[in-house]
Design a protein around this ligand. Structure first.
Ligand code: ATR
Length: 293
């Protein structure tokens, strides 16, 4: 088939076009359709990736409907990541440990396999900028929500052994620490309250923010950034297309190495793309065409 026919096929679809998508409530903000459709078109793969607004009460029906339409797989975002877990026929170890599913693959037998590619996204983006052995590093993680579980798994799988979790609600971080110490008995996971005036910054090699602070336009991130060592890495898993996050401003003004959530966003998508299509996402193209500021 010549190239123009393949392009027509991509544009209009045909009997062999396969369905991919993302479900969420809300969904309009999702960048996933852009990331995946650009990659599919670039590689001339005959799939379409659609955003679907699925309300919580409709989750089960949506799954059935998606499979009935011959869908190959989909991503899930808020609020479906945790409710999907018991609806899966199989779970990959990351989804099981994180307790949430962000990628579903539907087999030719109609069975659903749940994956979580957020930890892969987090660590791949980390390694793009920071290639040190994590085991001797003191890592301070702010937060204890859903996103934090993926970060914790990624760090522990990559060999981290000394992690301090600081969260406003200490009970949540204690539960998280207990869960993950069960999976990784060698790791030392300490929990402390998130009091910005009282964080062990001077002993921190890597600081990761997984809280939603800075997501809602607050311009103040009350961290005493000057207390971090000059070689420290700051990683904010939040990604803002329009402006720097408050933590990013602090870290870059201080001359510290900084990673934002863009790499995590793209690499979690790349892993899902690989699961569904067996192909590597053209990550550099995605960065250039969709995210160049
Ligand atoms: P996500 O799935 O994105 O991690 P989440 O589960 O709602 O979302 O978790 C949000 C995280 O941000 C939590 O760690 C939350 O702290 P609590 O567990 O105490 O709620 C943290 N967070 C949100 N707003 C915060 C604030 N104003 N100050 C400090 N931490 C905050």
């Amino acid at each position: 088939m010549n190239k123009s026919n393949i392009s027509d096929r991509f544009l209009f679809g045909d009997g062999e076009s396969r369905l991919l998508g993302v479900i969420g409530d809300p969904i309009a903000h999702s960048l996933s359709p852009k990331i995946h459709n650009l990659s599919l078109a670039h590689l001339e793969l005959n799939y379409r990736y659609m955003p679907f607004h699925v309300r919580p009460d409709d989750l089960k029906t949506a799954l059935k409907g998606f499979a009935a339409l011959g869908g190959v797989g989909f991503n899930a975002t808020v609020p479906h990541k945790i409710p999907l877990l018991p609806l899966m026929d199989n779970l990959d170890p990351a989804a099981m440990k994180i307790g949430a599913v962000n990628t579903v693959a539907i087999g030719s037998d109609g069975l659903f396999t749940g994956y979580n590619t957020d930890a892969y996204g987090f660590i791949t983006a980390l390694h793009e900028k920071y290639n040190h052995n994590l085991s001797p590093k003191n890592i301070l993680v702010l937060g204890a929500g859903g996103a934090c579980r993926a970060v914790l798994l990624a760090l522990l799988d990559a060999g981290a052994e000394q992690i301090t979790l600081a969260n406003r609600t200490i009970k949540r971080s204690q539960e998280l620490a207990a869960d993950f110490t069960g999976f990784y008995p060698k790791a030392k996971i300490t929990t402390i309250p998130l009091e910005f005036s009282n964080l062990p910054l001077a002993q921190t090699d890597i600081l990761v923010n997984t809280t939603s602070l800075g997501l809602h336009g607050e311009d103040n991130f009350p961290l005493a950034i000057e207390q971090l060592p000059t070689q420290a890495l700051v990683y904010d898993i939040v990604y803002s297309a329009t402006e720097e996050t408050p933590l990013q401003k602090l870290a870059t003004n201080q001359g510290l190495t900084f990673i934002d959530g863009l790499g995590m966003l793209i690499h979690q998508a790349a892993r899902a793309f690989q699961i569904w299509t067996g192909r590597d996402m053209p990550v550099e193209l995605v960065k250039k065409q969709i995210f160049a500021k």
